[in-house]
Design a protein around this ligand. Structure first.
Ligand code: GMT
Length: 370
């Protein structure tokens, strides 16, 4: 099949999933065209059968902001026309799904649009009145719609009052590489435990809760915290560590491509989000055998089993999360058992092969091939 995939090129989960799906499809022999404002971080190096197309919205003195959605729709139509695309797969509804529908109209309808809903395109920004009618239209008019968790499927139907089928296709992880540089020595001298958080530091991630959990844990056991990523709440987080006298125990790495190296020497992953439709970062930690402490919210309970792969607590309950962390890190056999359980779950229930099979089957279905 000839497939166009559009996504954001930031470090967020939807861009990661879109790129990894594209790479997996190309490895299966499909022709993949990736459309994004810049090269997505996971598209490193030359990949056979994947072509990258940069989307650029040209400025004009009349525009306050150049209309990216229109430029994306134009690029989609152009690429679809010249490369004979059969499917346009939009990852994250805003604006990719609307742009794909415009491209379909521009080509007289001979192009199928698949939309994958990822999270805040439904739960936060998508339900904002300034976007809601267009997101609803995109969900209704796409040839197929998927959601990354059962929670998100139900939330979409509730918020947008749509009764069309929405297929749940979860996120996936590949088995981690065996050979990694050992970063434990420089992350945690003096044999301290390593706690890790990875996100884009938006308010929805509640990074201050990560610090409050760590603050409690460090008083009970020797520990270090690694904060991977960047975003609006990073400055406040760094200031909190300085003001509370534990900045020397927290390492802010900024954005990192190689999260596998950090996860390979982590003992615990923290994800206390306010909402999370799936929690790809938690799944990636689990794939490395790292247990997770997270909020009991959104799609996280579909990924992390409380008491088996880690612990889930109410949003904002930093005392309970710290208690869980101290219990887990203080009991070596529990920590090892939960890490093994997390890894087993990630690499079986969320293995790449069967999940890419689901996308492939969906494409065949919308193309009338199945
Ligand atoms: O930043 C992004 O790329 C999307 C982001 C979001 O906020 O929508 O992440 C979402 O998609 C990921 C991949 O499917 C999920 O693992 C995240 O849970 C989800 N984020 C939220 O729901 C907050």
């Amino acid at each position: 099949m000839r497939i166009g995939i559009s996504c954001y090129s930031t470090f967020g989960g939807s861009g990661v999933v879109a790129t990894e799906v594209g790479k997996a499809l190309a490895a299966r022999g499909h022709e993949v065209h990736l459309l994004s404002p810049s090269v997505p971080p996971r598209l490193m190096g030359f990949e056979d059968r994947i072509t990258f197309h940069e989307v650029r919205a040209s400025p004009y003195p009349l525009f306050e902001d150049s209309p990216y959605s229109i430029a994306l729709g134009s690029k989609m139509a152009d690429v679809a026309d010249h490369h004979g695309l059969e499917i346009l797969h939009a990852h994250y509804a805003i604006p990719h799904a609307m742009a794909a529908l415009l491209a379909r109209m521009a080509l007289g309808g001979r192009l199928k649009v698949v939309t994958t809903l990822h999270g805040t395109d439904i739960t936060v920004v998508g339900s904002d009145p300034s976007y809601l009618p267009m997101v609803k239209m995109a969900i209704r008019e796409s040839d197929a719609v998927t959601a990354v968790s059962e929670f998100l499927r139900q939330e979409t139907q509730r918020t947008f009052q749509v009764d069309r089928p929405i297929e749940v296709i979860g996120n996936f992880v590949a088995p981690p590489l065996n050979e990694r540089p050992d970063c434990r020595a420089w992350l945690a001298p003096k044999a301290a435990f390593v706690l890790t958080h990875i996100s884009n530091f938006r308010p929805v991630k509640r990074v201050m809760d990560v610090l409050k959990v760590f603050e409690r844990v460090r008083t009970g056991i020797p520990a270090r915290l690694v904060m991977v990523g960047d975003g609006p709440d990073r400055l406040e987080a760094e200031a909190y560590c300085r003001d509370h006298g534990f900045a020397h125990e927290v390492r802010f790495t900024g954005k990192q491509l190689d999260i596998g190296t950090v996860l390979a020497c982590s003992d615990l992953f923290l994800l206390p989000s306010a909402t999370e439709s799936f929690g790809l970062a938690a799944l990636e930690a689990m794939g490395h055998g790292v247990p997770v402490i997270a909020s009991r919210v959104g799609g996280l309970p579909e990924v992390v089993r409380h008491g088996e792969d880690g612990f889930l607590e109410a949003v904002g309950d930093v005392d309970a999360m710290a208690k869980d962390a101290l219990g887990l890190l203080g009991d070596e056999s529990l920590r090892i058992a939960m890490g093994a359980s997390a890894r087993q779950r990630a690499l079986s229930t969320f293995a790449e092969g069967p999940i890419v099979d689901q996308y492939e089957a969906l494409y065949r279905h919308v193309l009338g091939m199945a």
